[in-house]
Design a protein around this ligand. Structure first.
Ligand code: MLT
Length: 408
């Protein structure tokens, strides 16, 4: 028999969204006539904007011509896209990066899942609880998480985010090497303000830890004074990697494109005391294991950062924001406690009468044919909550809310 990576044996049975999908398929099989509305996985519903579609067509035509055809591209992404991102996403916020500190990929999930490969197997990792499962599972798969007991890994430091701390993680009181932060947060929909993010950056600088900052939802921030990038905080380029995605910003969940910012100032120590550049390590990793995001997708992504696209993107974001507004207002009118949803497409709903998350999920599915994501799937502190997304159509969102109200 093949010897396996034993770390997999300790993982929870299914990846959260696969378990949700499994239960929904079973419901559909039992109720073929019922229209199911998904406010579960954060998948966009609006089509790609016209600017992106035009760029895609053009790039596809280039591939049909010997003069313009492209084969393997640079593993870290084409310069045209890295430069467009630097100018569009960072310069206007006062963040000065070199274009080669930006690494294009097929999405933030892969980057975040892969980045932990650069850390020692003894590195101590801190994550918030609840948390986007990829941070925890990818470290567990690498064998860095210890033993799993009662839903928690023995070597992971959990930072509870509860109603009592307004879903804002407290700084760790033990030494950690790596901290994952996500703002606007998946799943709670809350956001770190400048003062809290500054405290995190200062803490990392004092303790020599690294922050992995997931900014996949930054486009949903409505208040311009809130930080969209961790590099808006002085000194963050010495302690933080940032991950971004075009999935939620520009509807690329199917097309796939994201990027990681790995500043050249970031360093880490080898066991024998030498200092290595994390930027060079990540470049080495990507060149070895990845052949780059497809050319046509990178041309499509470039279109997102061109002047004409802004208005088209804003129209789509407005639809999702209105859905979130409607959901928040409706939940509150129903007498429920709902959080997030202002700078985020996610609403974090406290279940009525402290109903366990999976029971609430099953009830919503059976009685309303509405899919949410059970909070407990994001960690122990998510028990008693459910996450709803604003990514469905306005019509379906309204219909789902009416059904929920009847079911409760
Ligand atoms: C979610 O629903 O949390 C996200 O869609 C998952 C992801 O982006 O991978």
């Amino acid at each position: 028999m093949t010897s396996i990576n034993n770390a997999y044996a300790g993982l929870s049975g299914n990846y959260l969204f696969s378990e949700v999908a499994r239960r929904v398929s079973a419901f559909r099989a039992r109720n073929p006539e019922t229209e199911v509305i998904s406010l579960g996985i954060g998948d966009v519903s609006l089509p790609l904007i016209p600017s992106v579609i035009r760029a895609l067509h053009k790039a596809v035509d280039e591939m049909a011509c010997a003069d313009t055809f492209r084969g393997y591209g640079p593993e870290q992404g084409y310069a045209f896209l890295r430069e467009a991102i630097r100018r569009h996403d960072f310069l206007p916020r006062g963040v000065k990066l070199d274009a080669d500190e930006i690494f294009i990929s097929d999405g933030a999930k892969s980057d975040i899942g892969n980045f932990q490969e650069l850390f020692g197997d003894d590195a101590v990792v801190a994550i918030t609880d609840p948390v986007y499962p990829v941070y925890e599972d990818s470290n567990a798969m690498a064998g860095r998480a210890g033993v799993r007991e009662n839903g928690r890994w023995s070597r992971i430091v959990y930072l509870p985010c509860t109603r009592a701390n307004a879903f804002q993680p407290d700084l760790p009181d033990t030494a950690v090497d790596v901290v994952y932060l996500c703002s606007p947060n998946n799943p709670t929909g809350t956001v770190l303000d400048r003062a809290s993010l500054t405290a995190w950056v200062n803490h990392a600088r004092e303790h020599g830890s690294l922050i992995l900052f997931d900014a996949a939802y930054e486009a949903f921030i409505r208040d311009d004074s809130l930080p969209r990038s961790i590099y808006e905080i002085p000194g963050a380029d010495e302690v933080a990697v940032e991950f971004r995605s075009l999935s939620k910003t520009a509807g690329f969940t199917g097309l796939r494109c994201g990027y990681a910012v790995v500043p050249k100032k970031l360093t880490a120590r080898t066991k024998d005391g030498r200092t290595l550049s994390l930027h060079d390590m990540w470049l080495r990793r990507q060149c070895t294991k990845y052949n780059g995001c497809p050319y046509i997708v990178q041309r499509a992504a470039e279109a997102v950062f061109q002047p004409g696209a802004e208005k088209e993107l804003a129209a789509g974001l407005a639809v999702y924001r209105n859905n979130a507004d409607l959901m928040l207002a409706s939940f509150r009118r129903m007498g429920l406690s709902a959080f997030g949803g202002v700078h985020s497409p996610y609403i974090w709903l406290q279940t009525p009468d402290a109903m366990p998350s999976w029971d609430f999920f099953d009830l919503m599915l059976e009685k309303a044919a509405v899919v949410c994501t059970p909070g407990a799937g994001f960690g122990a502190s998510g028990e008693g909550y459910a996450r709803f997304t604003a990514f469905n159509s306005p019509e379906n969102t309204k219909k789902a809310l009416e059904r929920l109200e009847k079911a409760l």
